[in-house]
Design a protein around this ligand. Structure first.
Ligand code: TXA
Ligand code: MG
Length: 390
């Protein structure tokens, strides 16, 4: 299958698209309506969209991603009036959260209505709904005139895609079209809250943070145990997707976690530990990848230059800074206090590690405040729970 690439010019500050862009989206929308697949940008990550009400479209999504069919899809809508036809219970608490965070990087799990096929929900009687805020996503769904099922637009197991180029890498030849709307502003998938039970439960952290949820609910939200640690063999996460290997770069990854404390001290301990491990890897002839803050990257580069390693070549990949030396690739995700920049760059960094064919990856742990909680959740999953103390 040929995959069409619809490159858009962008949108103005009010989110309005040009007539040419609208024409391209009309074509993409027709593909969706007729049961075809279209990857498109949202504010979180790119989605691999199909008509959520067509069983065959959902089956095709699973096939294109290589995803197990018991892992349910998120259904994307644009209007509040789209909610009720798709759910059988719309509780007061669900309404409160929807009104607080939609449109935006937020997903609610609710009991599904008859309208939603089990193919879309991975056999479950609940459905995940999200109303994105991205102007391109909204226009595309509106033009399609149907709810759009869309998991992240990556091959199952790989890091989610945050640019159209990533989508082409994973899905070229497997979907009818990719809409290029630039790089996603957030870079991590939506926050998921399950409101189908007695109490709301946070299943996946994202840009809608625990602090924001506390504010909206008037109390702390329960957190599914799968968010904080890898599950034991006999445990079942509430979000079926959480049990699969996720966001995983090809190389094994280890997180270096320093105890919270004074910033500079913490950074120097992390850097020391990274350098120690890096030198060992190098002496054994392995290529190492490093993912860290600007502060830690600076310390590591300084140590390498003192030790007589040739000056690294530096380059940029979007807003990611990369330093290449012969035996090491160092990726600077931004200052340690800028978790938003970490969220934005993390998946691109993990994908670039695959391109660089590194043998091992060391990543710096971050504070779990605000979106840092989501960053750490994805780092832990990418590392398969491998954490060592600095
Ligand atoms: O930001 C996002 O949420 C992106 C964009 C494209 O909207 N989508 C996304 O979808 O991340 P996906 O399929 O990669 O992740 C959805 C997660 C999976 O872990 C899945 O198991 C869980 O949501 N999920 C979906 N429906 C569910 C349900 N009914 N009950 C529990 N978990 C559900
Ligand atoms: Mg995904």
């Amino acid at each position: 299958m040929d995959t069409a690439l619809y490159e858009l010019n962008g949108y103005n500050s009010e989110g309005a698209l040009s007539p040419e862009d609208l024409e391209k989206l009309r074509e993409a929308a027709a593909i969706l309506r007729d049961g075809g697949l279209v990857a498109f940008p949202t504010e979180t990550v790119y989605g691999l969209g199909g008509n959520a009400l067509m069983k065959d479209a959902s089956r095709r999504i699973y096939a294109a991603k290589g995803r197990p069919s018991d892992n349910p899809l998120i259904v994307h809508i644009t209007e509040f009036e789209d909610i009720e036809p798709l759910v059988s219970v719309y509780s007061d608490e669900a309404r409160k959260l929807a009104e607080a965070f939609w449109p935006g990087p937020f997903t609610l799990i609710m009991p599904k209505s008859e309208l939603v096929p089990h193919e879309t929900t991975g056999g479950l009687d609940t459905v995940a709904l999200r109303m994105p805020s991205h102007p391109v996503a909204r226009e595309l769904i509106r033009l399609a005139g149907v709810p759009v099922a869309a998991p992240s637009a990556n091959t199952s197991g790989r890091p989610s895609t945050t640019t159209a180029a990533h989508c082409m890498e994973d899905l070229k030849g497997r979907v009818e079209a990719v809409v290029d709307g630039g790089s996603c502003t957030i870079g991590l998938e939506s926050t998921i809250v399950d409101v189908s039970g007695e109490e709301p439960v946070l299943l996946r952290p994202g840009a809608v943070t625990r602090e924001m949820l506390r504010e909206a609910l008037g109390r702390d939200i329960a957190v599914d145990p799968a968010v904080k640690k890898p599950l034991e063999k006999d445990e079942h996460p509430k979000a079926p997707g959480m049990k699969y290997r996720h966001y995983a770069p090809k190389a094994p990854m280890i997180i270096i976690e320093a105890e919270a404390g004074e910033g500079a001290d913490r950074e120097s301990r992390t850097a020391e530990r990274m350098i120690e491990l890096a030198l060992r890897e190098r002496s054994e002839g392995r290529k190492l990848g490093l993912i860290a803050s600007s502060e830690v990257c600076g310390l590591v580069l300084e140590a390498l230059s003192e030790e007589g390693t040739g000056a690294p070549e530096s380059r940029r990949l979007g807003s990611l800074h990369i330093y290449d030396t012969e035996s090491m690739v160092i990726m600077d995700l931004g200052r340690s206090t800028q978790e938003k920049s970490w969220a934005h760059e993390l998946f691109a960094a993990l994908r670039e590690m695959d391109e660089e064919d590194v043998d091992r990856i060391l990543a710096e742990g971050v504070d779990e405040n605000d979106i840092g909680f989501a960053v750490m959740n994805r780092l832990r999953k990418a590392a398969g729970g491998n954490v060592i103390k600095a």
